[in-house]
Design a protein around this ligand. Structure first.
Ligand SMILES: Cc1ncc(COP(=O)(O)O)c(C=O)c1O
Length: 357
């Protein structure tokens, strides 16, 4: 009988709850108002010829490199950051290699790494989900081949200081260090400039969040040109579809649209955190477009009641160290107002039977 590889058979199944997402989508950290009208206009103007041909990545890759101020030889467009993670794992990991991941973390690091047969070592985050830099340094061995770090992290919204990232990069010269900057736009700090100095550094960015293009599936991986030549070997030349490639230059040209949305999210994040404080709910100060809050034992009832009010939020209580936690994405101003009204009412209604008052 045909059997999948052992590493695949023992993978955890990952089923993000994508079904029936009707309402205000504050559950997947997506953009809640959509991409710029200029991108939609480009979509409407697409001609059959652009779909009939295989997609050409290179010219758009050069535009993205110019936007990032990066060497085009070190820039690869990918089918979302998900594919960037997959490609890094395929390029560098062999059976028995070690991968270090501080948890809670974005699920795909563990899935793609474990699928190669590598040994995934999870290290719990410190108090308040602080990145345990010394703990990570202590686990680096001659077998360590990948250290994956989301900065800001999902689902916590916490960040790792640049100095700590540089310590890790220096301590593990034989490992790929992936700094996943999917939420960069909401944070503003980046390690991109270090790529020129650190040949083991890879920085990933996505257009799924601030740019509102999650459905198009487009991200970018930046690294040392020599290393990226290796990563390109395992990538399909057609990994990014023609529609995404046609739209990306327009999305990049609309920086003011992105800036305005990001400003609203950052303001909304402050308002949400303020409200959580008033409601005496514990939360972790976030640098991303979401906030992780501790709802307590009735986290599932909270998620259900919010859904009944037309607001989708994500139960993260099964993530390591996240008992009773729910992640709430932040959108535009009017949506934040609506969220806060619902939050106040739902929490107050639940208070007598479980949610801390
Ligand atoms: C930290 C992190 N990295 C990567 C991704 C996936 O990004 P993309 O849509 O570009 O595949 C997500 C999505 O939630 C994320 O939270």
């Amino acid at each position: 009988m045909l059997e999948a590889r052992g590493a695949v058979r023992s993978l955890k199944e990952y089923h993000p709850p994508l079904g029936g997402r009707v309402g205000l989508r504050l559950d997947f950290n997506e953009n809640t108002v959509g991409c710029s009208p200029r991108v939609l206009e480009r979509l409407r103007q697409l001609q059959f010829d652009q779909l009939a041909r295989y997609p050409e990545r290179e010219s758009v890759e050069h535009q993205v490199a110019a936007h990032l101020g990066a060497d085009p030889a070190g820039v690869l467009l990918t089918n979302g950051v998900d594919e960037a993670i997959h490609l890094i794992c395929e390029t560098y990991l062999e059976h028995g290699d070690e991968v270090l991941i501080v948890v809670p973390a974005f699920s795909m690091y563990e899935i793609y790494a474990a699928a190669t047969g590598a040994n995934v070592i999870t290290i719990p985050a410190g108090p308040a989900f602080r990145y345990p830099t010394d703990g990570v340094l202590a686990r680096i061995s001659s077998r360590t081949r990948l250290i994956a770090i989301a900065n800001p992290n999902n689902p916590t919204g916490t960040v790792v200081a640049k100095g700590d990232l540089l310590r890790i990069l220096r301590a593990a010269p034989d490992a790929a260090v992936l700094v996943d900057e999917a939420y960069f736009d909401f944070y503003g700090e980046t390690l991109l400039a270090e790529v020129a100095r650190c040949p083991n550094l890879f920085v990933a960015r996505t257009f799924s969040k601030a740019y509102g293009l999650a459905g198009l599936r487009i991200g970018v991986l930046v690294g040392n040109a020599g290393q990226m030549a290796m990563v390109r070997r395992v990538s399909s030349p057609y990994n990014v579809n023609a529609v995404a490639l046609a739209c990306l230059p327009d999305a990049l040209a609309e920086q003011e649209y992105v800036r305005q949305y990001v400003a609203e999210v950052r303001q909304g994040r402050e308002e949400l955190q303020h409200e959580l404080r008033l409601l005496k709910l514990h939360f972790w100060p976030s640098q991303a477009n979401f906030v992780l809050a501790k709802i307590g034992e009735r986290h599932d009832a909270f998620v259900r009641t919010m859904r009944e009010r037309g607001i989708l939020v994500r139960d993260r209580s099964r993530d390591p160290g996240c008992d009773g936690c729910v992640r709430i994405s932040v959108g535009a101003n009017a949506q934040t107002e609506r969220l806060i009204v619902a939050l106040r009412e739902v929490v107050r209604a639940m208070a007598p039977t479980g949610v801390p008052a």
